[in-house]
Design a protein around this ligand. Structure first.
Ligand code: 2BA
Length: 146
């Protein structure tokens, strides 16, 4: 039996539910947005984490701000995708969690965010917690508690 099954909802922490860093698609802040768009389109995700060269969490990047940044008066100026850096377009004001963050805090965070990044005390990226992981546990608990 997994640790997730043995615990009640309120005993769960981020560490029980997160997707580890090695399974998460990400880009670096110094990459051109062309690379970020390729990662987003290839992975199928609408938004992914942005890290620095040391693997510290810096923000997230999504398809819509990338496309807005190359939107001209009459057309998308796609040649500019190679000139603009991820750091100029990424969202910086994103919530972060630590592995010991409790379930109720996670539930509140995923109301407004499809995922939140998990970091250690130094800001090194450890993985993500998705809305799907939280909803799965809520759904499971509906069938196991009265
Ligand atoms: P979105 O890309 O907007 O995806 C919304 C939901 O659609 C996902 O919810 C998932 O249920 C489904 N989905 C989208 N693309 C998928 C794919 N390639 N494979 C499987 N399912 C896919 P969540 O699983 O709750 O994920 C929430 C958000 O977390 C995603 O939003 C994405 O921005 C990010 N994310 C999830 N897994 C990721 C990973 N391995 N690497 C990078 N980002 C990830």
């Amino acid at each position: 039996m997994s640790s997730v099954l043995r615990k009640t909802l309120t005993d769960l922490t981020v560490g029980d539910l997160m997707i580890p860093a090695e399974k998460v698609a990400h880009v670096q802040e110094g990459n051109p947005i062309e690379h970020a768009l390729l990662v987003l389109v290839e992975s199928g995700y609408s938004s992914v984490p942005v890290l620095d060269l040391e693997y510290k969490f810096k923000g997230t990047i999504a398809k819509t701000p990338i496309l807005k940044s190359v939107m001209g008066m009459e057309r998308f100026e796609m040649e500019r995708l190679a000139e603009i850096k991820v750091e100029a377009v990424m969202q910086k004001d994103q919530p972060t969690l630590t592995e010991d963050t409790d379930f109720l805090t996670c539930l509140k965070v995923v109301i407004n965010h499809a995922f939140a990044c998990v970091t250690d005390e130094q800001g090194y990226f450890l993985g993500i917690l998705t809305r799907r992981a939280i909803l799965k546990e809520v759904n499971k608990s509906m069938y196991t508690t009265k």
